[in-house]
Write a protein that binds this ligand. Structure first.
Ligand SMILES: Nc1ncnc2c1ncn2[C@@H]1O[C@H](COP(=O)(O)OP(=O)(O)OP(=O)(O)O)[C@@H](O)[C@H]1O
Ligand SMILES: [Mg+2]
Length: 366
């Protein structure tokens, strides 16, 4: 999978750009405020139907314009797909694939597995469980066909059960019905997640063999309920026993919606022992490992978007990160202020260079 061409119109400060990308590394450089993150944001939008910077789509439309448009040619399994997205200030997102309307964003997300790394991606290691859950579930989404329907069913059950907590203050048959559903979905999802984390673990270890600070790295999945619970029936019982607490807090305390990934080196939680630079290298390793798992098991080539690669990294760490990028055959987009922040670390690679200035993007050949 690769993004061959992209046409952007009226997106953030980009009036219009028609770009052809390389299947390897594409380096986007320019001064602060020139439009680098906006270009990565447009690619991300194409794959998710939403931005990573703002939940309000109208913020992405260039000031005083009625709509933005994105058109791309995406190469997938030897086929060339035409993808088009349009967002007006008022109104819905319109998505078209090869001239036909797409109705659901999940259909879009299936096409383009995109992994994003920004300076805020640190949240994956330093933030709460939600970030990590979203991270491994994104990988699962591309690897396991049954994941999305399981996950959707789970959201439905949780929605009903949480709504019930507002109106029914006594445990009754209705709760028992939802709890039984929740418990059986929980064990199905847990089995998928466990298998996925094993694959992720196997993919991340070789990337970090040369990093002494990462020796003894372990990835452990927390299911969302205590270890002593071994069957769906036991989980259902626990949900019932814990009912009063759920009632007080307004939502369900145990279940796959509470899962987490615990990362440790030599038995210690990574955020407590690793330096910021080391955490950043670990973060890259996890994202690259996830790309490799998606490639090997999901048979899709993810696109990697790396915003502001150089911040907080010394030359050694940069080289280490680029050595990961050599192990994947994904298409990569990297933004930096200038080419000197990146090119010396990749002497053997010849990336495509895009210079961004006041929203104008030009390809450079030097
Ligand atoms: N809806 C919009 N319409 C027009 N311009 C916008 C809109 N939203 C943001 N901008 C402007 O777009 C410019 C590009 O922002 P962007 O974040 O892409 O820059 P950048 O190159 O990533 O900068 P940095 O190096 O500081 O991260 C900024 O000057 C910003 O003020
Ligand atoms: Mg930026």
């Amino acid at each position: 999978m690769a993004l061959n061409t992209l046409r952007i119109q009226q997106f953030r400060n980009i009036v219009e750009a028609s770009l052809e990308f390389r299947s390897g590394i594409n380096l986007i450089y320019g001064e602060n405020g020139s439009g680098k993150t906006s270009l990565l944001e447009a690619i991300y939008y194409l794959a998710h139907g939403r931005s990573f910077r703002s939940s309000k789509p109208e913020k992405l439309i260039r000031y005083e314009q009625p709509a933005f448009l994105l058109n791309a040619k995406v190469e997938m399994a030897g086929q060339l797909l035409n993808l088009g997205l349009q967002r007006e200030r008022e109104g819905e997102l319109r998505m078209r694939l090869n001239g036909e309307d797409l109705n659901r964003v999940s259909e879009l997300a299936q096409l383009l597995p995109v992994q994003l790394i920004t300076p805020e991606s640190f949240r994956l290691l330093l933030g709460g469980p939600k970030e990590r859950r979203q991270f491994f579930d994104m990988g699962l989404f591309h690897v396991e066909h049954s994941f999305y329907s399981l996950w959707s069913k789970l959201q439905r059950v949780l929605k009903h059960r949480n709504a019930l907590l507002k109106t029914q203050k006594r445990y009754n048959d209705e709760y028992a019905y939802w709890d039984q559903n929740l418990a059986s979905l929980a064990f199905e999802l847990q089995a998928l997640r466990q298998r996925y984390i094993l694959a992720l673990d196997a993919a991340v270890q070789p990337l970090l063999v040369d990093a002494p600070w990462a020796s003894g790295l372990t990835l452990q999945l927390y299911s969302g309920w205590p270890d002593r619970i071994e069957t769906p029936e036991q989980l259902q019982q626990l949900l019932q026993q814990n009912f009063l607490q759920d009632l007080r807090l307004g939502h369900c305390q145990f279940g796959p919606q509470k899962a987490d990934l615990k990362l440790k080196v030599a038995g210690q939680t990574v955020e407590e022992v690793l330096s910021r630079g080391q955490l950043k290298v670990l973060l890259f390793a996890l994202k690259v490992a996830q790309s490799n798992v998606i490639y090997n098991y999901g048979h899709k080539k993810p696109v990697l978007l790396i915003d502001d690669l150089a911040s907080e990294l010394d030359d050694n760490s940069k080289r280490h990160i680029f050595s990961f990028l050599n192990t994947i055959n994904s298409q990569v987009f990297i933004s930096a202020i200038n080419t000197d922040q990146v090119l010396p670390a990749i002497p053997d690679v010849n990336p495509a260079l895009f210079h961004v200035e006041h929203g104008q993007i030009t390809i450079r050949t030097e």
